[in-house]
Design a protein around this ligand. Sequence first.
Ligand code: FAD
Ligand code: SF4
Length: 349
Amino acid sequence: MQDTVLIVGSGPAGLSAAAQVTGAGRRAVLVEKEDTLGGAPILSGYAKLVPSGEWARDAIGRMVRRVEEEEKITVHKGTRVTRLDGEAGDFTAELDNGQKVKAGAVVLATGFTHFDPVNKPEWGFGTFPDVITTTQMEQMVANGKIACPSDGRTPERVAILLCVGSRDRQIGREWCSKICCTVSTNLAMEIKELSPETEVFIYYMDIRTFGLYEDRFYWTSQEEFQTKFVKARIAEVTASGDGRLLLKGEDTLVKRPIVIPFDIVVHAVGMDPNQDNPEIARVFGVDLEKHGYLQRAEHYTNPCGTSRPGIYACGAAYGPETIDDSISQGAAAGCRAAADVQPHGRKAG
Ligand SMILES: Cc1cc2nc3c(=O)[nH]c(=O)nc-3n(C[C@H](O)[C@H](O)[C@H](O)COP(=O)(O)OP(=O)(O)OC[C@H]3O[C@@H](n4cnc5c(N)ncnc54)[C@H](O)[C@@H]3O)c2cc1C
Ligand code: SF4
């Protein structure tokens, strides 16, 4: 029996799984396709995380350090798995760096891909430099200055459009991305903190700041930071004559057309299935669900399972997920995988 778990993906879910596996006395091999560990919060340069309020580089950086300092974890960066043979308890993986890994179980923590808003051309991304995504606004916040990308002026008015690439059947994105309402209400507060003269408007279909986030983010953003919430259907973003942007649509509460000038329009982009998922499904022999995320096994008795025994999954690989829940699922998947392999150092037989 093998003593090693192969973990693919080093976002919050994969880092958590790796720590759990070695905490249980087993070895882990972590394979990450990028040259940097940490997943979306590090690769996309998120600012302060919801709900902890900690900078992503500190919170996720701590998880990265724990993995890098653990001698029972071998890390392959800039690497992919090209082939997996064998079965639960005795897999052999081939990596594109020419190495082979023998492992008793596999954890897929391969996450998601940010929705690309060029797929919603009527909302101006890719046409106007001052139409940006939440990840770009997060980077601005992380760099400590809110400014229009076009000319560097401080924006008087910022609009955040929710559900960009989510809850949109026209473009085949039927799911809710779960965290973008809360991330956007938090972002509005961060903008206001850095640039008190900027007014922030959030345009929404529904606000889904679920659970305890309702009070902590939605009401606080509205009451303490004066974020304006407008229930609306946005038709298009165009240029106004004075170099600003015009947001056009309908205020769906009062049922009136709106045409409002803004300096920056932010798209709250959703969480698409990882674009690698067809390849991941082929290499690892696991099923995808109908939207293209990894298929979850029957959950009640097989948590973190996939369609293939010995292969587990966690986090946003299964569908839109928060960081906190991705970390919990990573720990659970790591636990299940660790139980399938023997403690490091024990002789087989
Ligand atoms: C703008 C924005 C802001 C957000 N802010 C917050 C927040 O404040 N709080 C919160 O709770 N959530 C937030 N989220 C959600 C958060 O990004 C996810 O919950 C989290 O990243 C999921 O972690 P994960 O490890 O499952 O996946 P990921 O973070 O996507 O990590 C997956 C890792 O797997 C690697 N990988 C992918 N495919 C392969 C492959 N084929 N081979 C090898 N490696 C591979 C990737 O490179 C990546 O490192 C935000 C989302 C968005 C879009
Ligand atoms: S969390 Fe909010 S912004 Fe994100 S898809 Fe769901 S309703 Fe839309």
